[in-house]
Write a protein that binds this ligand. Structure first.
Ligand code: ATP
Length: 295
């Protein structure tokens, strides 16, 4: 989003970071000093056991007054379903994905998880239920173990190791100078983009949420890293409701449904074959490779 200068982006990312679970750590307290924009309703209840249905009901949204970014969007995602979100740049894909964990409140309409309006439940319980993997991963200047532990502060070392294995980052960590005690970030070992992304995947394996929101990387990664990430994400998505902003044709094809979002609306939906046959925007985007040619 080229029009946004980095301080604004950082604020957005702070809000989004909460979704990956930082409760209980000193850093979290530090972050919380910056006044949170959204508050829990006085009678907010914790989401109970979440099966994972998502309902977006006639939702419109604008970041700034009179500039609608989403208009009358309606969407039902069944528990366990994988839905790929595609469409031209600036069409509203990321915005739709940000509203589900309530990084912002809708302007009108409502969003429900298991039939409960996200504004009526505690943000803490909402963030427990939804894992978010973004392209820009935030790592603290701390050990790699602690960076993974942000997924669930009470996790044991064995659980952290297991999450690292599932996220296919274990061997990389063991090859670092001090293994899980290696300091990363500003003054420590710098991780590659692909490694950072796998750290964020490990956090989510630890957290084990029923709902996932993934923003597939567009940046070029080497093919070994890419296939590791792909494999880890496929494994992470198993049995969870998954909404993925997808760029790779293989991801798009394996989704049970594709949503085409453009100009703030869901303008087409169906499988790859259905949408190609329809010969509409999806087919045009594919043929002009606007959906990214990375396979
Ligand atoms: P891309 O594929 O480029 O990431 P997208 O489909 O995800 O695009 P969004 O990022 O949701 O689209 O953006 C939709 C519109 O909302 C754009 O016009 C964008 O400039 C605007 N927008 C996005 N984030 C913000 C924000 N934090 N504040 C104000 N406007 C925003």
């Amino acid at each position: 989003i080229s029009t946004f200068t980095s301080p604004v982006r950082k604020l957005v990312n702070f809000a989004e970071m909460f979704a990956n679970g930082f409760a209980g750590l000193g850093r979290f307290v530090e972050l919380m000093r910056t006044e949170p924009k959204l508050r829990d309703a006085p009678d907010a209840k914790a989401l109970g056991h979440v099966r994972g249905s998502i309902d977006v009901e006639d939702v419109s949204f604008s970041y700034e007054e009179n500039q609608e970014v989403l208009e009358h969007v309606t969407l039902h995602v069944r528990p366990g379903e994988t839905v790929a979100v595609v469409g031209p740049s600036g069409g509203g894909k990321s915005t739709l994905c940000r509203l589900i964990p309530r990084f912002y409140d809708v302007t009108s309409g409502r969003i429900c998880i298991d039939g409960q309006d996200v504004r009526s439940v505690t943000q803490e319980s909402l963030h427990h239920a939804i894992g978010v993997v973004q392209q820009d991963v935030f790592l603290f200047a701390d050990t790699i173990a602690n960076n993974i532990r942000y997924g669930r502060p009470d996790a044991t070392m064995e659980e952290i190791r297991e999450a690292a294995r599932q996220a296919e980052i274990y061997d990389d960590i063991m090859a670092m100078p001090d293994g899980f005690d290696t300091y990363v970030g500003e003054r420590g070992t710098l991780l590659s983009g692909g490694q950072k992304q796998r750290v964020s995947i490990a956090r989510i394996f630890l957290k084990n949420p029923p709902i996932l929101i993934l923003d597939e990387a567009t940046s070029a990664l080497d093919s070994v890293t890419e296939s590791k990430i792909q494999h880890a994400l496929d494994h992470l998505a198993e049995g969870r409701t998954t909404l993925i902003i997808a760029h790779r044709l293989s991801t798009i094809r394996s989704a049970s449904r594709i949503l085409v979002v453009a100009d703030g609306r869901i303008c087409e939906q169906g499988t790859h074959e259905e949408l190609m046959r329809l010969g509409g925007l999806y087919a045009t985007l594919r043929s002009t490779q606007d959906l990214s040619s990375a396979e």
